[in-house]
Ligand binder design. Sequence first.
Ligand code: ADP
Length: 435
Amino acid sequence: MLSDWHTALKRLALLFLMLLLVGWWLNAPTLTLLIGTLGYLGYHLWQLRRLYNWLRDSERDEPPPPPESRGVWGNVFDGMYLLQRRKREALQHLRSIIYKAQESTAALEIAVVMINNKGGLQWWNPAASRLLGFQHPRDDNQPVINLLREPLFIEYFNTPESYSTPLKLGSPVNESATLEFQITSFGEGERLMLVRDISQLHRLEMMRKDFVANVSHELRTPITVITGYLETMLDDRDSMPTRWVKPIEQMAQQSLRMENLIRDLLTLSQLETRSASKQQSTIQLSSLLQDIQRDAQQMFQSKEQEFTLHCDDTIYLKGNLNELYSAISNLLINAAKYTQPQGSIQLAAERHEDEVTVTISDNNPGIASHHLPRLTERFYRVDESRSTGTGGTGLGLAIVKHVLARHGGRLEVRSELDRGSQFICHIPAERGVSE
Ligand code: ADP
């Protein structure tokens, strides 16, 4: 390239030398130089025009080859042609990727919606038209919250912190369908929304919940009758043949376990099916905690444990009294259940800037750290034999977790082997009421 440029300069110098010689020979050097320069300029103007025409024609679908030329202009044409070809190949490659992406998303059952940084619809696949009723070109660039007007969706869409968990909602185009929405932020304020039809899963889930609720309900009466009879028989154990006493005692113990299990299953299914907003009242936390402590102390009187309570009388909460009673009492009963006789158990409530915490601490042998993440799973027990001996159902902490979630809160468990455990209920401050 550089050598061509040098050659061109050499040629130009030679041309001027020749013009000077011819001009000197004709005795008109200025005129000869002028004619020569004009000729040289004309040549370059002609080449520029060829370049312009070729560039204009290159806009077409089938671009023509570059004009034939030698020297510097030949290099310019070839270089531009090469650049054009590379650009065209890159464009082709990108086009084929976009085409493939569109083709594969078109085949998806899941709705894929791209939302621009103003919240408007940028692009969506055919499944989105089917599941959400979006239509081209009517809905192009329309704000998504104008098209999906369900308040729960609008709140979810406007709260990026909640995007980590999907949202379940009824379909806007089909009353019997249930959809799951999941949004991911990307780029500069853009969002990608994935929506899938989970009607089948939802129906199965509802069937499971109904089944558990119905079975538990149906079993409650027979078990209560059996437990009642067994207890009555045991009241009269002195007149009973001795070989019957132990089996009947065991039967009474197991039927009590079954009764507890059914009670907890029913509580859980009610928590799952009833709406959270029902039966809210303003609760004075100290008086609720006093009731819970009194009942637990009475239950575990024989263990002679030391219970202490710290709660400011001015802490009030808005919530469901029965549910909060059941959650905190579950935690206190667990603490008493798993703590040795004469052990100590503390119940304390504190108000912080953004939450109210209720902490139940004990000094029992504690729980190994690898159990902690799974503790609130249904039927999860640290030590099967110890829990069955204590009449536990393995559902208590699942109930606690559910109740707290319904109050916008969460359960935190801290425990160390040989140092005891702390179960902390975090309840958001907006539930706190100033009295
Ligand atoms: P359970 O009815 O068996 O008590 P939970 O769901 O209430 O079921 O508790 C799950 C398991 O967590 C229990 O089986 C027990 O092993 C452990 N656990 C719960 N609370 C405590 C506690 N305060 N101290 C030690 N272990 C506990």
